[in-house]
Design a protein around this ligand. Structure first.
Ligand code: PMP
Length: 351
C-alpha cells in the first residue's frame, strides 16, 4: 500500500536530535547532559506554569481561535504589530507555506540551515532552491537576491541554526529591497543576539519575522510560536491554518512567560558567559555564536562519531552531518546548566 504515499515522503524527513530515552532520571554522572536541542535547561517560569494550570481547567472548551490572550500580551510587550501564532514556529512555517505557495512556486533558502523550511515548502509542491552561505557562513546577499527572482518566499535564519552567526540588519534590508516575494526571517534565537530587526517591519510589507517560546522562554514542550506579519497577510494566514490550532493552555502559558523578564535574563546571562567559556576552554575551534548554542569543528573526527562517544559519557549533542551543505566534522552544542557545560568541556577535550 506504500505506493499510495506521496513521493516527497518516500525518503528523508526531519532528523531529530538524539533523545535521552529512559535514562533521564539518574544522579551524578548518571544524569544526562542534554545539549542537543537548544532548550533552556531551567524549567518554565512559575508564572507560565500557573497560567497553564488555570487554563487547563477549561479544557472542555475549544480555544479562542484568535489567540487573543497571547496576541494582547505580545502587543503589550512589543507594541502595535500584527501577530499570528502557531504550533511552535514549525507550525507557523507550515501555515505560511500553505498560505503563499502554489505547486511549482519557488522557495529560496539560505543554507546550511534548519531543515524544516525545505520540508514544509516541498509539502506544498514548491521548487526549493538552496543558496549556500560563504565559507565563513555569512550570507551572500547578491547570490540570494539573484536566486530569488520570481520566488514566492525567501528564508533566512538569523542567528542561524546550526552555524550560530547572525546577519546584520543592513544585509537583511538589502535582501528585503531586492526581492519580489516575502522574506521569512527566522528569529528563533534572536533573544540571545542583541540585534533588533523589528524596525524593518515599519518599512517593508514583505517581511515576516518568526519567533518561538521553545528557546529562551523554556516552553518547548508546549509547542507554541508566533510571527510578526504584515497586516495584509494576517487574514489569509488565518484562512489557511488548521482551525483552533493553538491550544488554550499553551497560549496562556506563553502570554505569562513574556512578562517574566528575570527568568529570561537569567538564561541570557548564562548563554553569554558560556559562549565565551566554550571558546576558551575547548580544544577544538568554536565558531562565533549569537545564539544559545555553538557549532564546534571537531575535525579530524567525524560528527557522528563524536556524538556517539559523547552519548556514551551521558552528554547528548547534535551531529551536523544532516545539514545540507555542511562538511561532516561539525557538532552543535547547546548552552545548558553549568554542570552540563562543564561535563561537555571535560568529555570533548578528553576525546
Ligand atoms: N527555527 C529554528 C531555527 C529552530 O532551530 C527551531 C527549533 N529547533 C524552530 C524554528 C522551531 O521551533 P519551535 O519549537 O517553535 O517549533
Amino acid at each position: 500500500m506504500e505506493r499510495l504515499v506521496r513521493s516527497c515522503y518516500k525518503q528523508g524527513g526531519y532528523v531529530f536530535a538524539k533523545k535521552a530515552g529512559s535514562r533521564t532520571h539518574g544522579a551524578g554522572d548518571e544524569r544526562i547532559a542534554r545539549l542537543a536541542s537548544n532548550e533552556n535547561p531551567e524549567g518554565p517560569s512559575p508564572a507560565a506554569v500557573k497560567a497553564a494550570q488555570e487554563a487547563v481547567l477549561f479544557a472542555n472548551r475549544y480555544p479562542d481561535e484568535r489567540v487573543d490572550v497571547l496576541v494582547s500580551a505580545l502587543k503589550a510587550h512589543y507594541g502595535d504589530y500584527t501577530f499570528v501564532a502557531g504550533v511552535g514556529m514549525d507550525g507557523v512555517i507550515e501555515t505560511l507555506m500553505r498560505t503563499l505557495v502554489d505547486p511549482g512556486d519557488t522557495v529560496v533558502i539560505s543554507t546550511p540551515t534548519f531543515s524544516f523550511y525545505g520540508l514544509a515548502a516541498q509539502a506544498q509542491g514548491a521548487k526549493v532552491v538552496a543558496v549556500p552561505r560563504r565559507a565563513d557562513f555569512s550570507v551572500d546577499t547578491d547570490a540570494l537576491i539573484r536566486a530569488a527572482k520570481g520566488a514566492k518566499i525567501v528564508v533566512l535564519c538569523t542567528p542561524n541554526n546550526p552555524t550560530g552567526n547572525a546577519t546584520s540588519t543592513g544585509d537583511v534590508e538589502r535582501v528585503l529591497g531586492g526581492i519580489d516575494g516575502v522574506l521569512f526571517l527566522d528569529n528563533a534565537y534572536v533573544e540571545f543576539s542583541g540585534i533588533d530587526y523589528l524596525p524593518l517591519l515599519k518599512k517593508y510589507e514583505n517581511l515576516v519575522i518568526g519567533r518561538t517560546f521553545s528557546k529562551v522562554y523554556s516552553l518547548a514542550g508546549l509547542r507554541i510560536g508566533y510571527a510578526f506579519v504584515p497586516a495584509w497577510l494576517q487574514p489569509y494566514y488565518t484562512r489557511a491554518g488548521t482551525p483552533f490550532t493553538v491550544n488554550a493552555v499553551s497560549a496562556a502559558a506563553a502570554a505569562a512567560a513574556l512578562s517574566d523578564r528575570e527568568h529570561v535574563a537569567r538564561y541570557v546571562t548564562q548563554v553569554t558567559a558560556w559562549r565565551g567559556r566554550f571558546a576558551q576552554e575547548l580544544k577544538y575551534p568554536v565558531l562565533p555564536s549569537d545564539a544559545n548554542f555553538v557549532m564546534i569543528d571537531v575535525a579530524p573526527h567525524k560528527s557522528d562519531d563524536v556524538v556517539e562517544k559523547l552519548a556514551e559519557k551521558n552528554v547528548l549533542v547534535r551531529s551536523c552531518r544532516s545539514f545540507t551543505g555542511l562538511a561532516d566534522h561539525y557538532i552543535r552544542v547547546s548552552i545548558g546548566d553549568t554542570w552540563e557545560n562543564e561535563r561537555l568541556v571535560r568529555e570533548l577535550n578528553a576525546l
